[in-house]
Design a protein around this ligand. Structure first.
Ligand code: TRP
Length: 336
């Protein structure tokens, strides 16, 4: 007699990343590292959000290069195109199309309340374009097209996920069940990595002080040098404490890359100086990033390989996106 095997379909996860330069160690430990791990548990869809990138002015050659490098970096991170769908947002026209539809179900008032819009329009006062304002609607389209169960988001994108959920509920309320209302996915492990030069600030690639952040593709020497220069304190004791933000940040980074707990790290460096500790953190980070860098270097120059992957990825993504888009159009009353 044959056994009956019950197959529970995997839950679906969707996330996107903007192609605006090489992400930092903070982006890696806080979010991207999970993108690889989630592939075992979930059906994953990942996209390079290139349409979002032009809400701030981009130099065409740089944008093109950044799109390629972000796509290659996803591969380097261990996203497996056999397991997950990975594509470039602008290759699937339904994103822009659904965005228009959804914008008519989004209120001016709710977009005005987005803190990222307020921050960015203050920062780029000379270019407060309509795209910057409607950016959360495009993000809602990215999400809702694929009916994901979960969307992994950092603190800065929570409000945008919330508005995507509101738009979905509003639309479903009028037309019936069209969109899935996704949940935020908060990873079990995730580290908030602070600047190496000012550990009260988040690590950021736009920081003027180049020693304050580690890029995911930095050389081993650069990584170690930056950790050696990391700001600590004068106590000379490797101990997790709120009043020791520099050392606590390094402990957090070290435990994130080695898998050791904070207590284990404290014990390991008990009685040892900061010099030794900082070197160990730098080496551990370099070891963790090295395989990613190697894989990146091996794929980035292979344009034909990348092209074949992003084309297939877009076809697979569009197969899903088209269905949702047409369903929404039909419900609204369009002639299909
Ligand atoms: N706005 C996100 C960011 O800047 C990127 C993004 C675009 C995204 N579309 C998305 C994230 C859909 C999650 C889901 O980080």
């Amino acid at each position: 007699m044959s056994e009956i095997i019950e197959v529970t379909p995997k839950k679906r996860v969707l996330s996107c990343i903007q192609p605006t330069g090489i992400p930092t160690l903070g982006n890696y430990l806080g979010a991207l590292k999970n993108w690889k791990n989630m592939q075992d548990e979930f059906e994953c869809i990942y996209a390079v959000a290139d349409l979002h990138a032009i809400t701030v002015r981009q130099e065409p050659a740089a944008l093109r290069k950044n799109i390629y490098s972000m796509f290659a970096l996803l591969l380097a991170l261990g996203i497996d195109p056999e397991k997950s769908i990975m594509f470039i947002q602008s290759h699937v026209p339904e994103h822009a199309q659904l965005s228009w539809l959804l914008s008519c179900y989004t209120q001016f008032g709710e977009l005005s309340r987005m803190t990222q819009f307020k921050d960015k329009s203050a920062k780029h006062a000379d270019n407060v374009n309509a795209g910057l304002f409607t950016y959360p609607v495009l993000m809602a389209a990215d999400i809702l097209l694929y009916k994901p169960d979960f969307v992994p988001v950092g603190a800065d994108q929570k409000q945008h996920l919330e508005i995507a959920r509101d738009i979905a509920c509003r639309f479903n309320g009028i037309y019936g069940d069209v969109f899935t209302v996704p949940e935020a996915y908060i990873p079990k492990i995730g580290a908030r990595v602070m600047s190496l030069q000012d550990p009260t600030k988040k690590m950021s690639k736009s920081d003027e002080n180049l020693n304050s952040f580690v890029g995911m593709l930095d050389s081993r020497d650069d990584i170690i040098r930056k950790f050696k220069r990391a700001v600590t304190d004068s106590e000379a004791c490797v101990r997790l404490s709120e009043d020791k933000p520099g050392v606590s940040n390094l402990i957090g980074i070290y435990s994130a890359v080695t898998g050791k707990t904070a207590e284990e790290v404290e014990r390991e460096f008990d009685g040892k100086g900061y010099g030794e500790f900082k070197l160990a953190v730098g080496e551990a980070v370099a070891d963790a990033l090295n395989p990613i860098k190697e894989k990146y270097d091996s794929v980035i120059s292979d344009k034909a390989y990348l092209e074949q992957l992003y084309k297939t990825g877009a076809e697979n993504a569009e197969r899903i996106a088209r269905k949702t888009y047409f369903k929404a159009m039909k419900k609204v009353g369009y002639v299909l």
